[in-house]
Design a protein around this ligand. Structure first.
Ligand SMILES: [Zn+2]
Length: 1003
């Protein structure tokens, strides 16, 4: 969970929370066989606006003693915080409606027992849950509601039988909401009938891990996740205005997802929901889950730039990275089989400390905060931690072990007790580890590499993967060899005299004291209601009303006898105000003292501090003698790729990007071909990157956005496209017209990637199609076979606006295609429908003409070339270069997190196409084919190591071959001929005649 500023008076510090689900190594979900009972859980939330939930839980049982649990050890809060005190009504009935007597375990208040009579096979538990109870230590886990917004945490309204791991208990949940409310959750809906939403059956563990937000005003925003699984930002608020996130903000949260993907490599969720309540009533909260996070902010926090800072900026990235760090990877001691077994939380400095570090890094890489703001935040973190002198008696690790008694603790002498320091001091440990790795490897390695291995790892069906410290040590050791175990244990496992500050110089900074008010205090300068921290000068901090909040042990204030419970009412003979205290600090240089009048209970007292040091605040500043590692660490992954020295030759020097890739998931849900991309199925298909100019980076940026998404089932390949367009118009109505004379959208498909025998479909806004088949690209003589038809092809266009009406402006047009596998099979030379993991070549093009309006009609402007916008850039204004098309990777998964696989032969394919184009140029100049590779003047930079390239003339032209020895038993040969057809075969070294082997389609 995100740590939370719990001392409302000053917000100088924070309390925190976080979250997790209960599963253990032994309970990895792959083994989940549903061997436990199935609970039918019906929650009636129609009273949620009145702060009540009513649930009805049907539990299969046998006669005899039935022991039931109310969830106690709540994932993510790291403590036994199940709100059992908020159970408002509990009744148990046998299946015939007879009440059964129950009794609470006197030593374990979350457990009850009842006697099930003979012959009864099922009991019904009726439960009322009282909501909106304040609980600083578990906010995010409770259920809340008012008349417009609600949060439902299933764990607050269920009971479950003892004796089964919660992974083995199935939950068949349904929910009734107040009229007209909408909901958002990572749970999948089975159906909605008469106001009752039934969810797909899941393990109880997962149900509790999937909170739900609901309300009258709810908006679901699809984030641009690139090649990563789909993600949504679901926002609910009492105010519709709070949902009006600007495209800039949506883009920032999209970047959070893409940067996290680049950091970890693999997502452990099929899709992800950022569930956000924007409500002054529900307030701040945050809790992590595997496939979603629950985030509570104030009403205007997401729409006002100035409010999306500090805790709010940190919240979503922090809870999100927990999907990897805390949910999927979890300390073994926190992997418990059910919701009542206690957890061992010693490693929270990893679970929360690493998540805090990565969340903050993502916050800057995505653009939520800039480098300067981050430095200030880091200074403030160090400033507050440096006063926690409790580190002299207890280790950092001990704050994790004792986490739940430190949560939302009293502010009195908190520095002496230590706070939940495993968050921020844990973060500093990870920042230091990152700096050490970068320092010792000259920037070649970083903690990002650790994250890819430790948090990303390999694709697996397990939902949780436990760890212990030795694994962390080993993974760090692989990056750079220092004694990581000693380093980590020194930082976390023993009491320390002072906060370790080597991290600051390692990052290229130093600590100094200045009389400038730190920016976070500066921003409250004119708000007297907020307090002031003078810990670095007089060892005290105060609330806005003068209450003494913190006293640094051994500081001047401590020695003068300041105590918690005191309130300052006068400073230097004037009434207390925040500004007067700041003035008194400044005047101390001349006055050599500060006089306080304090009230304690009913007694007044004067306290005089002998102090002449003036205002003093710790800050971190650049050390110009060292490299700025913070700037390196916080660079977005995209920028780093640009500046990194090229380790591999560019796949094609004429282009700055390799062909695009897209994972196409299989859908079990129907798609209605009506041109609207609103079918539930589409929600699981990520958008492609926005289209670019056909030339790639060398061309101008498209004037309007175009994106596509794809799915498949056993009958069809589905393509959906969304074309932003202020003027939707079209003229051609005849099938197989030359459609690109209108504004159009085009699909090109080469199933086997050999450059030959490919399909093309074009369509305009009137839904007029042109489908054709090309035996070869035009460059090699074509021809295009216009008569070729796609029987059973379904297409539909939807116009958001008006078609052919220049009097107004439009928004977009969208298209749905269902292309039957049967028709693609004809020249595919591949399995149709495809096998899991198969990659086909595909590209999309959009032709857009400039227009003028006259006589109430649209016209093309004469002699003006069209724009060509494409998904995978072609490098030339020529779609008929199939070698530049993108890769479409088919997956049997339904939007599971399947990684896109870069074609291992990509560089070989580029090299062989280079030979083809060089031969073509040679032929045009010399009217004959080159007989030696030397004549072709191939670029040395793109030579392939460990491959041999040969060239020979044939009766028709030539054959070039690139051969590599894969093992003692196989050599791999790629060939190309004068007609650009690519061949690929694997043969044994003994077969010395290439002609004796059979050609296989390129894969
Ligand atoms: Zn957390």
């Amino acid at each position: 969970m995100a740590f939370r500023h719990s001392r409302a008076a000053t917000r100088l510090f924070a309390g925190y929370l976080l979250l997790l689900v209960l599963q253990s190594a032994a309970w990895c979900r792959a083994a989940h066989a549903g061997s436990g009972p199935t609970l039918k859980i019906e929650v009636d939330a129609r009273d949620l606006p009145r702060r009540l939930l009513h649930s009805r839980i049907q539990i299969p049982c046998q006669s005899g003693k039935l022991k039931l649990w109310y969830p106690k050890w709540v994932p993510g809060t790291h403590g036994p915080y199940g709100p059992v005190q908020n159970v408002g009504g509990l009744r148990i009935q046998s299946s015939d409606g007879k009440p059964l007597k129950w009794q609470r375990d006197e030593l374990e208040l979350f457990r009850i027992e009842c006697d099930v009579p003979d012959g009864v096979r099922e009991v019904t538990v009726l439960l009322d849950t009282i909501c909106n109870e304040s609980a600083d230590h578990a906010a995010g886990y409770l259920s809340f509601g008012n008349n417009l917004v609600g949060i439902i945490n299933w764990g607050t309204c269920v009971m479950y039988p003892e004796g089964f791991p919660c992974d083995d208990i199935e939950a068949n949940a349904s929910l009734r909401l107040p009229a007209k409310w909408q909901l958002a959750t990572a749970l999948k809906t089975e159906n909605t009938k008469n106001g009752l939403t039934t969810f797909k059956t899941v393990a109880l563990t997962d149900l509790v891990d999937c909170p739900l937000i609901a309300g009258l005003h709810l908006r679901t925003i699809s984030l641009e996740t690139g090649s990563y699984p789909p993600a949504w930002l679901d926002v609910v608020s009492e105010s519709p205005t709070a949902l009006e996130l600007s495209p800039k903000v949506i883009d920032i949260y999209s970047r959070v997802v893409r940067e996290a993907g680049k950091l970890t490599g693999i997502c452990h969720y099929p899709d992800y929901h950022f569930l956000v309540t924007c409500s002054d009533d529900l307030g701040y909260l945050g809790l992590e889950h595997l496939t979603s996070s629950l985030n509570g902010v104030r009403e205007r926090d997401l729409i006002e730039d100035a409010r999306r800072k500090g805790w709010v900026a940190n919240l979503l990235p922090h809870e999100y990275i927990h999907s990897w760090c805390g949910k999927y990877r979890r300390p073994a001691g926190m992997c418990t089989p059910d919701l009542h077994t206690p957890m061992k939380t010693r490693l929270l400095w990893v679970y929360e400390g690493l998540a805090e570090y990565l969340g903050e890094v993502l916050m800057v890489r995505s653009g939520l905060l800039d480098l300067t703001e981050f430095r200030e935040r880091l200074g403030s973190t160090i400033r507050s931690l440096s006063h926690h002198e409790g580190r002299r008696w207890r280790s950092l690790e001990d704050t994790g072990t004792a986490s739940y008694v430190l949560r939302a603790g009293s502010p009195n002498w908190s520095g002496l007790r230590r706070d939940q320091d495993y968050y921020f001091e844990g973060m500093l440990v990870w920042l230091e580890a990152d700096a050490i790795i970068r320092e010792r490897t000259n920037g070649k390695k970083s903690l990002d590499d650790f994250c890819r291995k430790f948090l990303g790892g390999n694709l697996t069906t397990a939902k949780v993967s436990p760890y212990e410290l030795p694994e962390i040590v080993k993974d760090l050791q692989e990056l750079t060899e220092i004694d990581w175990e000693s380093f980590l244990l020194k930082r976390v496992a023993q009491p320390l005299d002072e906060l370790p500050l080597e991290v600051v110089s390692r990052c290229g900074y130093k600590i100094q004291y200045s009389d400038r008010l730190p920016s976070e205090q500066m921003s409250r300068q004119n708000r007297d209601a907020e307090g002031v921290s003078a810990l670095d000068s007089i060892g005290l901090s105060f609330g806005g009303d003068g209450a003494v909040i913190e006293i640094m042990r051994g500081g001047i204030g401590d020695r003068a006898g300041f105590a918690h419970g005191m309130k300052v009412i006068g400073v230097n003979t004037k009434t207390f105000s925040r500004q007067r205290l700041l003035d008194a600090l400044a005047q101390s240089v001349k006055r050599h003292q500060i006089e306080f009048l304090v009230i304690e209970g009913e007694d007044f007292r004067a306290l005089v501090l002998e102090y002449s040091g003036g205002p003093r605040y710790l800050e971190i500043v650049r050390d110009p003698t060292k490299p700025d590692l913070l700037a390196e660490i916080l660079k977005p992954a995209a920028d780093r790729t640009k500046s990194a020295p090229a380790t591999k030759p560019e796949p094609n020097s004429s282009l700055n990007s390799p062909p695009k890739g897209y994972v196409c998931y299989k859908t079990a849900l129907p798609i209605q071909i009506d041109g609207r991309l609103d079918d539930e199925a589409w929600g699981r298909a990520p958008w492609t990157d926005p289209f670019v100019d056909i030339l790639g980076a060398a061309g101008p940026a498209p004037r309007f956005q175009t994106r596509a998404r794809m799915l498949w089932d056993d009958t069809y390949l589905y393509v959906g496209a969304l074309l932003e367009e202020p003027h939707v118009w079209a003229t051609l109505t005849q099938h197989d017209s030359v459609i690109f004379k209108d504004n159009d959208f085009e699909i090109f498909i080469d199933p086997d990637g050999d450059n030959h025998e490919y399909y093309e479909i074009e369509i305009n806004a009137l839904n007029t199609e042109w489908d054709l088949f090309l035996k070869k690209p035009y460059r090699d003589g074509g021809p295009a076979i216009n008569e070729w038809e796609i029987p059973g092809l379904k297409t539909a266009v939807h116009v958001s606006g008006t078609l052919n009406d220049p009097s107004d402006s439009d928004t977009a047009w969208s298209i749905e295609f269902a292309i039957p596998w049967k028709s693609l099979a004809e020249h595919a030379h591949r399995h149709t429908p495809p096998n899991d993991g198969d990659q086909w070549r595909i590209n999309f093009s959009r032709v857009e003409w400039r227009h003028a309006i006259s006589g109430g009609k649209y016209h093309k402007i004469l002699n003006t070339p069209e724009d060509n916008w494409v998904w995978s850039p072609q490098g030339k204004v020529d779609m008929h270069r199939p070698e530049r098309w993108g890769y479409l990777q088919f997956s049997m998964a339904e939007s599971a997190p399947v990684a896109y696989r870069v074609d291992p032969a990509a560089l070989t394919r580029d090299r062989i196409m280079q030979i083809y184009y060089s031969q073509k140029a040679f032929f045009e100049q010399n009217k004959k084919w080159a007989t030696s590779l030397a004549d072709l003047k191939l670029s040395a930079a793109q030579a392939l190591p460990a491959h041999t390239t040969s060239l020979r003339l044939t009766p028709e032209g030539y054959e070039a071959a690139i051969t590599s020895v894969n093992s003692s038993t196989s050599i791999e040969i790629w060939t190309i001929h004068q007609d650009s057809r690519i061949g690929h075969r694997i043969q044994s070294p003994q077969a010395n005649s290439p002609d004796s082997t059979s050609q296989s389609a390129p894969k």
